[in-house]
Design a protein around this ligand. Structure first.
Ligand code: PLP
Length: 362
């Protein structure tokens, strides 16, 4: 068989290797000047100059952001169930309760109407996920938040550079988290970058990630060690200079797939949104898993199901809830390769494979 097309592919170049080598030669490996520069540069490039705080993962960024915003036992935070478990996990780890709300069927993000219906007197915040690189409806979610005096926290793990009404995601919430895991739109190896709305939440996040210290051995509160290392920051700084070009390539690949795929439903983009295609997610209404197996095994087209089990049904949460759009999405979504390393030949192969499998199933 021909060489399989991977579902995702981190791009690591000579510059990243040299950056790591530069830090290793400096002898200072832990959080230091590289992290400070990365925070500055990320803020300027991706969140309109907002202050940023780096962490050792996206998940710890969410966790510390929630703690810094005062979320804890007795509080409820409304989250989607159709997302990676890190979203709800980070809420649960603060002692608060993640409350799962349904999604919009069009682009799989939190439904503002479902959020409205899930609000109780304990609700403190809404945490939308900009799933697959498509922003949640921040306009309508803000209306719900304003009506009930709630905060918004953005899980922007998959959405570096996406915009809503022309404004970058990560500039809307009290805090916003971007993941830097290797398969995300840019990477630092592992890591998270957190945009913060004000100096208060910034200071608390900086304290929490470093044992509660800003000044050594003068611990102001109880914290953890969730620092990013300078080695990781050095990789991230190089990747940051490339992410805009990669995003453009992802968008061009998506445009090609939109125009040429047959027999499946292609992604929908809201008129207010620019989509950065962390995933290019189609829906297959009949036998999605068989469709995915055929693409992989017969055509060498890597593809993924994000996410097959909604969070509310995971053994870790187990809630009796009726979330019909979430269930439908979990049964039908299939993400095709869209990453910037695809060649024209790869794209043609994906189109042919999808048409062939769709036809065979019809
Ligand atoms: C990747 C991801 C996270 C967690 O990020 P890590 O950097 O892997 O900890 C959280 N939420 C969503 C939606 C993600 O895709």
């Amino acid at each position: 068989m021909v060489q399989p097309i991977p579902a995702a592919k981190p791009i690591i170049g000579q510059e990243e290797r040299e950056a790591v080598d530069r830090v290793m030669r400096s002898g200072m490996l832990a959080q230091g000047p590289e992290v400070a520069s990365f925070e500055q540069e990320f803020g300027a490039a991706l969140v309109s100059g907002r202050a940023c705080v780096a962490t050792n993962s996206g998940t710890s960024g969410l966790h510390l952001g929630l703690l810094a915003a005062g979320i804890g036992p007795g509080d409820e935070v409304i989250v989607p169930s159709f997302t990676f478990a890190a979203t709800a996990n980070s809420v649960a780890l603060t002692g608060a309760t993640p409350v799962f709300a349904d999604i919009e069927p069009t682009y799989f993000c939190l439904s503002p109407a479902a959020v409205e219906a899930a609000v109780t007197e304990k609700t403190k915040a809404i945490m939308p996920v900009h799933l697959f690189g498509h922003p949640a409806n921040l306009t309508e979610l803000q209306v719900v938040a304003d009506n009930h005096g709630l905060m918004i926290f953005e899980d922007a793990a998959q959405a570096h550079g996406a915009t809503w009404n022309g404004e970058q995601v990560g500039t809307f919430g009290e805090f916003a988290m971007f993941s830097l895991y290797p398969t995300k739109n840019m990477t630092s190896g592992e890591g998270g970058m957190n945009s913060v709305a004000n100096a208060d939440i910034e200071r608390r996040m900086r304290l929490l990630r470093n044992q509660g210290m800003l000044k050594q051995y003068e611990n102001e509160l109880v914290g953890v060690n969730n620092r990013m290392t300078d080695l990781h920051a050095a990789i991230g700084r190089v990747q940051l200079t490339k992410v805009a070009g990669w995003t453009k390539q992802r968008q061009e690949n998506a445009t090609f797939l939109d125009a040429n795929l047959r027999g499946v439903a292609v992604p929908t983009v809201a008129p207010e949104a620019t989509h950065v295609y962390h995933q290019y997610t189609i829906t297959v209404t009949e036998d999605r898993d068989g469709f995915a197996d055929a693409l992989r095994n017969e055509h060498g087209v890597g593809c993924g199901v994000y996410y097959p089990i909604p969070n509310h049904r995971l053994p870790s949460f187990k809630r009796e809830l009726d979330l019909p759009e979430t269930e439908k999405a979990a049964a039908e979504v299939l993400s095709l390769p869209v990453h910037p390393s695809l060649s024209e030949e790869d794209l043609d192969r994906i189109v042919t494979a999808v048409a062939t499998v769709a036809k065979a199933g019809a």
